[in-house]
Design a protein around this ligand. Structure first.
Ligand SMILES: C[S@@+](CC[C@H](N)C(=O)[O-])C[C@H]1O[C@@H](n2cnc3c(N)ncnc32)[C@H](O)[C@@H]1O
Length: 217
């Protein structure tokens, strides 16, 4: 049979428990469908960009079985560690994808699908000539956020890096027609400390945090 004529079918329903912890997109060159990542698109989907060893997403997924969590990470060793944690903790609502964050947000994640996107202790890119690599400085990333967040969806940032944080404030201040800043008191909600955050706290570095809500798409 000509391979072009082979029909592509998708199972109507894949039980959560049968999904492998590592998610490999079926096609890297088109927008994903929500049900390709997790089968039930009516459940809230949260994304952790640069999830490292997966401490945050596994902690969140264990605490919130009613929500789905996708980690995005480019380093293979960290992807493996996260996948092993997901398996060990038997979390049907957590998966990890090995891919680049900016591309994932700009091109892959489905429109209006993400209820919260977390960016926790991102690489700071401290050299002046590299600051354009900070996600919060990239128009494509910010436009991508407005595309993938559900109305009222949130972007949450934590960083120990003051210049990175200031760049984020400037970027979101220029988009007040799209995002409003929300308070984020300590006891607002359950939010596990990440590995990098803990290592900064251990040496008494301040962690800056901010939270924005999408007000228009
Ligand atoms: C400083 S670590 C923070 C890890 C974790 N979020 C934490 O707070 O413990 C930054 C992580 O982002 C990943 N990362 C950096 N740039 C990335 C990119 N463009 N796409 C995907 N992952 C990226 C790194 O491999 C690393 O695991």
């Amino acid at each position: 049979m000509n391979p072009r004529t082979i029909p592509v079918t998708f199972p109507a329903f894949i039980p959560h428990s049968e999904m492998p912890p590592v998610f490999i997109p079926p096609d890297h060159f088109r927008e994903l469908r929500h049900d390709e990542i997790f089968p039930n698109h009516s459940r809230p989907l949260e994304i952790d960009l640069g999830c490292g060893d997966g401490t945050f997403i596994t902690g969140m997924a264990a605490r919130h079985p009613e929500r789905d969590y996708l980690g995005v990470e480019r380093m293979l060793g960290r992807v493996d560690k996260t996948a092993r944690k997901i398996e060990r903790m038997q979390l049907p609502n957590a998966r990890i994808m090995r891919l680049e964050s900016a591309y994932t947000v700009a091109w892959l994640l489905p429109k209006a699908s993400v209820s919260r996107l977390h960016l926790l202790c991102p690489d700071p890119w401290p050299k002046k000539k590299h600051t354009a690599r900070r996600l919060v400085n990239q128009a494509e990333f910010l436009d991508g956020l407005t595309r993938i967040l559900v109305p009222g969806g949130e972007f949450l940032l934590k960083t120990d890096d003051q210049p990175y944080f200031e760049d984020a404030l400037v970027s979101f201040d220029s988009r007040t027609h799209q995002f409003e800043r929300l308070d984020w008191p300590d006891d607002a909600f359950f939010y596990p400390t990440t590995d990098f955050e803990q290592s900064w706290l251990n040496i008494d570095r301040d962690i800056h945090r901010a939270r924005w809500r999408l007000i228009t798409a």
